[in-house]
Ligand binder design. Sequence first.
Ligand code: GRG
Length: 300
Amino acid sequence: MSAAVRTAFDFTAYLEAARWRVEAALESSLGPERPESLREAMRYSLLAGGKRLRPILCLAACELAGGDADLAMPTAVALEMIHTMSLIHDDLPAMDNDDLRRGRPTNHKVYGEAKAILAGDALLTRAFEMVALRSPGVAAERLLLVVGELALAAGAPGLVGGQVVDLECEARQVDLDTLEYIHLHKTGALLRACVISGALIAGASEELLAALRTYARGIGLAFQIIDDILDVTASSDVLGKTAGKDLTADKTTYPKLLGLEESRCRAETLVSEAKAVLAPWSAKAAPLLALADYITSRDR
Ligand code: GRG
């Protein structure tokens, strides 16, 4: 088929359809959790909107590897549960101490600190239940690999480790290497788990898994650079979280170390490099390529 006849990939329609499917799956993911007050606190944050980038990355990677995205949906939901848990805990007074998230009062502002911690804990453990017990049609050995990926991303080698170094660096001058370490762990590790777990469910080759790891590293760092830029340039209304937080907390950020222009250039370079590694799969990689571009073009 000639390039002129080939249908262009409609990313807007893709994103809307994927978000719709993810929202429906999230809505039905929480069963009759008891007590009811815990279920309410879990639902409050899980169903509060958000871009749903992580589950969509998982579904897109599964399809790129030739799998059926429906089989990856429980894992996609699990990834959004882990992400939501990390936001609830990150907003606590002992951490970032924020009162606005996804355009609403933070979980602890509504339910109190103890309930917010427990809602996060319940979402984290529910995530593993989704993969291990609620993923029909996926071979047990693939699910075991996914459980391992999720554990590495959430624990000390990922989110927790990144958060600890971030807290230890508060109000201190931080160099570029340390900043990169923090973001590769706090933000990048879960994004990597998204694409790798989707691909594992589809039984991806080692070659594709290696390319996806490189892709994820690039988009993970780029995502955080843009997050730092938006903290300076966007409003709380648009972001749905408190803007200007990094400046107030005197945090080291990419714009602080490199300036806004250089930071934006770096994010764009990282995204180009991430896209380049998927060139051998370009025919089926359109969603992941467009998602990489979305990371630098997003406004929230
Ligand atoms: C208890 C296992 C365990 C881990 C928690 C609190 C913590 C450890 C880590 C903090 C991780 C964190 C909040 C990183 C920031 C990542 C980030 C840039 C979040 C914003 O993501 P978006 O923009 O948000 O995708 P939406 O709302 O669109 O989903």
